[in-house]
Design a binder for this molecule. Structure first.
Ligand SMILES: Cc1cc2nc3c(=O)[nH]c(=O)nc-3n(C[C@H](O)[C@H](O)[C@H](O)COP(=O)(O)OP(=O)(O)OC[C@H]3O[C@@H](n4cnc5c(N)ncnc54)[C@H](O)[C@@H]3O)c2cc1C
Length: 287
């Protein structure tokens, strides 16, 4: 039995480990376009805060440990297509730029989610960041020492974790949130208290602009100014987009896999998709 898993962070790594435990003779492979597998995304804000210095502490299980337990890891390999009729995937080697095919008996899609990028954003700005992958976390941490003021677009969980990390590092932070309060997934009586608490504990370094949205980031290579829909403008040294996530489902859609009402891959209680021998789990799946 050859089990192929696309994506190797929380869901993909877990699917691989469980497959190997249940079927020790199975051949298990993880393909990921990233540099890393099996790491703690949840720990990244604490690394950025400086609570520990070595990002390797975020790695839950190394490539060598996976290989030792018989799970083969293929990093920097992007799956480009699922050919379900032939039970094959087409993979692009991001180092060599060439393509090849891999056959499977069972396929697990664990492609996760990606940070939502508003249309107005030019992704090439050198001081524009998102926090999703370990590479993102390492990049933010290494850029942090040169900045005095940081803008955060969006006020969800990750934004609040980053406020804490940045304030701890004595950075000035301006957060722009389109709702009347941050953490708007809570009722206003709760989110207003959270916002008050966060502001009270920010040593005067935090400004929150509510009920407004960023419409323009101005600069050449680096963003220098931020403009909001109400015409408010301010200087900044770094911008973090933290405006939500969306499930990564392009491969699945192209393969004819059914998508559910939230926009993620629809699975049944056995994590099966509508196509035989293709499963999905993690942030890309819904039930
Ligand atoms: C800063 C931060 C803090 C968080 N804190 C918490 C928390 O406290 N509690 C909590 O429950 N959750 C938290 N989360 C969310 C949690 O990390 C995610 O729910 C979890 O990572 C989802 O795992 P996943 O494996 O489904 O997807 P992902 O972690 O998104 O991994 C998917 C992987 O698939 C790869 N991939 C995608 N497409 C392809 C392709 N075509 N070919 C090859 N590889 C591909 C991606 O590059 C990625 O490596 C946090 C997330 C972040 C970013």
């Amino acid at each position: 039995m050859k089990i192929i898993i696309i994506g190797g962070v929380a869901a993909g790594a877990k699917a691989a480990a469980k497959s190997k435990r249940e079927l020790p003779d199975a051949e298990v492979h993880i393909y990921t376009k990233d540099n890393f597998v099996s790491y703690s995304s949840c720990g990244m804000p604490y690394y950025i805060a400086g609570d520990f210095q070595d990002w390797q502490k975020l790695i839950v299980r190394s490539v060598e440990e996976f290989e030792k337990s018989g799970i083969h890891i293929h990093t920097r390999q992007q799956v480009m297509k699922i050919l379900s009729a032939d039970k094959k995937i087409a993979v692009k080697d991001l180092e060599e730029e060439d393509w090849y095919f891999v056959e499977y008996d069972r396929l697990v899609i664990a492609t996760g989610a990606e940070a939502f990028m508003p249309d107005f954003v030019n992704k090439n700005f050198k001081n524009l960041f998102k926090l999703r992958t370990l590479d993102d976390g390492i990049a933010i941490k290494s850029a942090l020492k040169d900045v005095k003021h940081i803008t955060i677009i969006g006020g969800g969980y990750i934004a609040v974790e980053l406020i804490e990390a940045f304030i701890k590092n004595k950075k000035h932070v301006t957060l722009v949130e389109k709702s009347p309060f941050i953490l708007s997934m809570f009722d206003e009586d709760i989110s207003s208290l959270i916002q008050e608490y966060v502001l009270e504990n920010s040593n005067g370094l935090l400004k929150i602009i509510n009920s407004d949205t960023v419409t323009e980031l101005i600069g050449d290579e680096y963003i220098k100014d931020v403009i909001t829909s109400k015409g408010y403008g301010f200087d900044t040294d770094m911008v973090i987009i933290s405006a939500g996530v969306k499930p990564v489902v392009d491969l699945a859609i192209e393969a004819g896999i059914t998508i559910g009402p939230t926009g993620a891959i629809k699975v049944n209680s056995r994590m099966q998709t509508n196509i035989p021998d293709i499963y999905a789990c993690g942030d890309c799946a819904e039930k």
